[in-house]
Design a protein around this ligand. Structure first.
Ligand code: 5AD
Ligand code: SF4
Length: 425
């Protein structure tokens, strides 16, 4: 969602006549879009602002704007910690950036806007896409859940969905523009529409997208396991465009910790849902999010997480050390896990998942896949391009005559934990 916001910020500025600078050194304006999900984002913002201050001391005409979730969280604190910032804008004020920059010039003092509600649905703003063939499409913003570790509901507000007609129109326009793959975005994407007419419309949206000629791949992120209802599974199974991959955030394998996290499912149910999804959509790949070191997590709780990871056999996992977020319920919970203990558990978890990822990837060796070429100039190896399977696996393919956005049939030759090597079929 933040990446997409950055595209909108760039798109808005371009529509105002700005052009992209080659680097920050030569830029007249630097915009930082921030994330607040874990604490290191905080540290990075203020570190980067410190560096930019030195540039501004040399070039006082440099303008610095800061937006995003961290700004929504810190509000005026950003300007008091870094008074050299020219413009600060919260998550609901992306569309205001050009006006704020203008206000800054007129008044000579910092301009800011931290409203608490969205007035223009963000996707109505122009976007400058990074890829010609892929686009993010926001279907909703905000989240009505209250996972105790998570800052998102407080910086993105309650869920607001976009009208389905508008989404479909945007996707049709994108396809006319050469886009073949879209990723639907929402903090809790599968409750899309619940705030529109009282029922979730996500399955309907997936079905409607299947009818758009020229659209080849649909992905979505992130669903909450609790809301992954049978109608969504049916829609995925029957749709030709929806890719065989789901991101299915587990967070923990311990029922006690899940309860403390206010995740509504228990691990047996979670694994049961996963089983049903795999039966309905053969070959589907599954990724997940797992937090280690949540307050009160014992060695037994962590052992449950390892057991759940072994049972779930995820294709990949994003693993996170728990990070205290001020204002969340978990921030005031007792039983902080000692950093050394959390780190050691984290390493054990990564090791376990890497082994499973490799095993899952080994099962693809010798098999044929359609991949979409994403990047032709791999920094690591100029003779390789990076591509992706429908199951969201990263594939390295020989570079010869491949261009971005091209579909290629390949056969997997070698498996690694985080990518596959393949040759054209
Ligand atoms: N600490 C660590 N990880 C977190 N996440 C969200 N909040 C926190 C936190 N306070 C993780 C969750 C979520 C992903 C996007 O980030 O796993 O699914
Ligand atoms: Fe945060 Fe996701 Fe939980 Fe919403 S569903 S509170 S965004 S972790």
């Amino acid at each position: 969602m933040n990446e997409h916001d950055s595209e909108r910020i760039a798109g808005l500025l371009e529509s105002e006549g700005y052009t992209k600078a080659d680097d920050a050194e030569g830029a007249d304006l630097v915009v930082l879009n921030t994330c607040a999900i874990r604490e290191n984002a905080d540290k990075r913002l203020y570190g980067t602002l410190g560096q930019l201050k030195r540039s501004k001391d040399r070039r006082p005409e440099l303008r610095i704007a800061v937006g995003g979730c961290l700004v929504q969280k810190d509000k005026h604190l950003v300007l008091s910690k870094a008074p050299w910032v020219d413009v600060a804008f919260g998550t609901f004020a992306v569309g205001e950036l050009p006006a704020l920059l203008e206000r800054r010039e007129r008044s000579g003092v910092a301009a800011f806007e931290f409203r608490e509600q969205t007035e223009v649905f963000p996707s109505a703003l122009p976007a400058r896409r990074n890829d010609p063939f892929h686009a993010w499409v926001a279907v909703s913003v905000g989240c009505d859940n209250a996972c105790t570790f998570c800052i998102v509901p407080s910086v993105r507000g309650p869920q607001v969905s976009r009208r389905m007609g508008e989404i479909l129109e945007e996707v049709r326009d994108l396809v006319d523009d050469g886009v073949v793959e879209v990723t639907l975005l929402g903090q809790n994407v599968n409750t899309y529409g619940r705030d529109l007419d009282g029922r979730p419309l996500f399955a309907e949206l997936l079905r409607a997208l299947d009818d758009i000629a020229g659209l080849r791949r649909v992905r979505f992120t992130s669903p909450h396991p609790h809301d992954f209802t049978p109608d969504v599974i049916d829609a995925m199974a029957s749709s030709a465009v929806v890719c065989e991959h789901i991101h299915f955030p587990m967070q923990s394998g311990s029922d006690r910790v899940l309860k403390q996290m206010r995740r509504s499912y228990r691990i047996d149910r979670y694994l049961g849902w996963l089983e049903r999804i795999r039966q309905a959509i053969p070959g589907i790949a599954v990724s997940t999010d797992i937090i280690v070191g949540f307050p009160g997590e014992t060695e037994d709780d962590f052992a449950d997480t390892i057991r759940a990871v072994e049972a779930a056999r995820f294709d990949s996992a994003f693993t996170f050390l728990y990070s205290v977020r001020p204002g969340t319920q978990a921030a005031s919970m007792e039983g902080a896990v000692e950093p050394g203990v959390a780190q050691e558990r984290y390493e054990r978890l990564v090791e376990c998942q890497e082994r499973i990822s490799l095993e899952r990837n080994l099962s693809t060796v010798g098999r044929r896949f359609e991949v979409l070429v994403e990047e032709v100039s791999s920094r690591k190896d100029p003779h390789k391009v990076t591509a992706r399977t429908r199951t969201n696996k990263l594939v390295h393919v020989p570079a010869e005559a491949r261009s971005t956005g091209e579909f290629v049939d390949v056969v997997v030759t070698e498996a690694h934990p985080h990518h596959l090597d393949a040759l054209p079929a």
